[in-house]
Design a protein around this ligand. Structure first.
Ligand code: PBE
Length: 293
């Protein structure tokens, strides 16, 4: 799928990105030279990797390498470079804690390889709405903002266990939880299985909704899978719901593949975004078009 995929661990990725450049970000050399024509990606099944593959075609970056590993390896690599003020290009998305932790910028994407208006959707297996309308009522009423999600994401990034961060969030935002649960009844141990991918944003949403469901009396299972298997699990009915569907663009291929085999029950966040991201100290790079220079 990608020109080059290297599935590697964190330390190999760090070595690769650090070997790619000299000491400080040299503003006179081209962005391509500064980062050795390397983009640090995330897990290969994620939508952003497919979109980056497309962007590399759109902007004629055929001799560049997109490195795949995981979300955690990407942020570890970013931290290492950032702390040393070294040039680096990563695949990034908002909401994400990295934008509050570091001074970063998206590269302009005049060709719109990464699409435009994007939202995070809640999807369920078909049939689930009939079987468990009460749970689906909660799922479709679940809506929050980038700042709300950020609260949980930052706590997790700072070392709080996701389940504990979710518990703290639920305690602190009683009014919001009351809105999500409006007209939703308590149950006695009904089972629900939420599938999610280990992206920082989805770890946050899934744990929070999981906690709200638990408080309603549900027997909740959170299943962590890769992006492809997440969509397959919903389409084949082996998971009930997922809060990890980025549409209409990011997961376009999955949504097309499983058309009619899942229900879209709501949008939890609007105005989310994706693209290539660099530290602001890389002053000579502002657009994907600058990578060609
Ligand atoms: N993301 C975060 C995902 C969706 C959520 C942008 C990394 C993706 O690329 O599929």
């Amino acid at each position: 799928m990608f020109k080059k995929i290297i599935g590697i661990g964190v330390s190999a990725m760090l070595a690769l990105s650090l070997a790619a450049c000299g000491s400080e970000a040299d503003e006179n050399s081209s962005a391509a030279d500064q980062v050795n024509k390397t983009i640090i990606g995330i897990d290969p099944g994620s939508g952003i990797m497919g979109l980056t593959d497309q962007a590399m075609k759109d902007y004629d970056l055929n001799d560049w390498t997109l490195v795949s590993a995981s979300s955690a390896a990407m942020t570890a690599t970013l931290k290492k470079s950032y702390d040393r003020k070294k040039p680096i290009i990563v695949t990034g998305w908002t909401p994400h804690w990295m934008f509050s932790r570091y001074k970063l910028k998206y590269l302009d994407d005049p060709k719109k390889s990464y699409g435009e208006a994007e939202q995070i959707h809640t999807i369920t297996r078909t049939g689930f709405s009939k079987e468990q309308p009460n749970a689906v009522k909660l799922l479709s009423q679940f809506k929050w903002t980038e700042d709300d999600m950020g609260e949980v994401m930052i706590a997790v990034e700072e070392g709080t266990k996701p389940a504990k961060a979710a518990e703290d969030y639920v305690k602190k935002h009683k009014d919001q939880i009351a809105e999500w649960t409006k007209g939703v009844d308590k149950v006695k141990g009904d089972k629900i299985n939420l599938a999610y991918v280990a992206w920082d944003s989805e770890i946050a949403s899934t744990n929070v909704v999981g906690k709200v469901l638990k408080d309603l009396g549900y027997d909740v299972e959170l299943t962590q899978v890769e992006a492809g298997p997440m969509w397959t699990a919903i389409a084949t009915g082996s998971a009930d719901a997922s809060l990890s569907a980025w549409l209409p663009n990011t997961h376009k291929a999955y949504a097309a593949k499983y058309k009619g085999k899942y229900d879209d029950v709501g949008v939890s966040i609007t105005g989310v975004k994706m693209g290539l991201v660099v530290p602001q100290y890389m002053k000579n790079v502002n657009s994907l078009e600058d990578l060609k220079k």
